[in-house]
Write a new protein. Sequence first.
Length: 147
Amino acid sequence: MSSIDKSKEVISSIELINEKLNFKGEVENNQPVLIDYIPPFGDGNGYTSLELFLLSLSSCLGTSVLTLIRRSGKSITSLKVDSKGYRKTEHPTSFKTIELKLYIKSSNVESADVDKAIKISEDMICPVWDMIKVNVEVNVSYEIDNN
């Protein structure tokens, strides 16, 4: 009997919960999220799909940068990632450019540490970034607070 490697499989489900476009989405045993669309098609009672995508890319980059820097023996006491997506004007109105800005608080992290972690994240670690980098321009900047 073979067992499935859960790190290689993601199972999700969405279910319509009103007469418009409001869905409840769940991934295995995690808390559900509400997904909706802007009025008049939806009621605006949840995240849009592109908002969830920005959160996904931000968390992917944030977790990979944090892990890589911590593995190098440095400490980060605070990390915030702001993201902004710029959509195409023609349909499908997917993102053409995404800007990510990391705010790092650390007493011993230097620019070279962050540059290296971002490069490794893009090239080898962050699967969300990997899926879009041939179609979407992704720009990453950061600030380090060493106080």
